[in-house]
Design a protein around this ligand. Structure first.
Ligand code: NI
Length: 255
């Protein structure tokens, strides 16, 4: 039985003190692959160095995070495009829309997302979407720019059942993480209704640690807590959750 962490920022400084031990814990907890979303150009070197240290275990994505779409976003996008021309990545990401932190650059966020969608098309890559407080807006934009063969993940999905259906009809999977274990978050009710074939697992480490570690640093070895909760909600075995979500992740990332 293996799990795939489809979204973890394990190259960040939060793991500088114990990265090797963290990777050993991950292996003991059955997590054999880690997909790492880029944030902005300040993260690229550390992310790709980690990928090189753990071949076949850690995989880099490339993209510009919506919270880092600022005055210099065009320069940042140029750097992303340079990387795309240089080597193969596991996906475009993370990119998307964020109406939680700062709305100042919302139009530029949309522009950056449209650009990154076009790269997903031309490089035939999945697209990993961040949609905080902007699920509706992101679905609308994806519908508008949809192309044949489009695929990817709505990372940290937190929408309604209707939105989940719209997303899966667009060929996307739903990234489910620690939030599904939180009391009163309401995500458990939605996940119960979503067929397993549309779900992939993620930690979003170092953020959003699952219960009973809520508030602490999250890491991939905690992914089993998410798998356990989904198995409980769907009244199936953990093995079934592991097998299906691993297959789904392989489909998304074509690995
Ligand atoms: Ni993220």
């Amino acid at each position: 039985m293996y799990l795939v962490d489809t979204h973890c920022h394990i190259y960040l400084e939060e793991f500088d003190v114990d990265r090797e031990e963290m990777m050993i814990r991950s292996e003991s907890a059955m997590v054999n692959r880690h997909f790492m979303p880029a944030i902005n150009s300040s993260t690229h070197d550390k992310m790709m160095a980690l990928e090189e240290s753990y071949p076949g275990k850690c995989f880099s994505m490339i993209g510009l995070h919506p919270c880092y779409v600022k005055e210099d976003y065009q320069k940042e996008l140029e750097i992303v495009e340079d990387w795309l021309q240089k080597r193969r990545f596991s996906a475009i990401g993370e990119c998307g829309l964020d109406l939680y932190w700062d709305k100042t650059f919302f139009n530029q966020q949309k522009e950056a997302l449209v650009q990154q969608i076009s790269w997903a098309k031309s490089y035939d890559l999945s697209i990993v979407l961040h949609t905080r407080n902007a699920t509706r807006e992101t679905i609308d934009l994806i519908q508008k720019h949809h192309f044949e063969g489009m695929r990817g993940i709505f990372h940290c999905f937190g929408g309604s059942i209707d939105e989940a259906n719209e997303i899966t009809e667009l060929g996307f999977h739903l990234g489910i993480g620690g939030v599904v274990t939180y009391k009163n978050a309401g995500l458990d009710v939605v996940v119960k209704e979503i067929p397993l074939k549309h779900i992939v697992l993620e930690t979003d480490a170092p953020y959003l640690a699952p219960t009973p570690n809520r508030g602490k640093r999250n890491e991939p070895s905690m992914l089993m807590l998410v798998a356990e909760k989904i198995a409980f909600l769907k009244n199936c075995t953990i093995e079934e959750v592991a097998r299906t979500t691993t297959e789904n992740a392989s489909k998304v990332f074509r690995t």
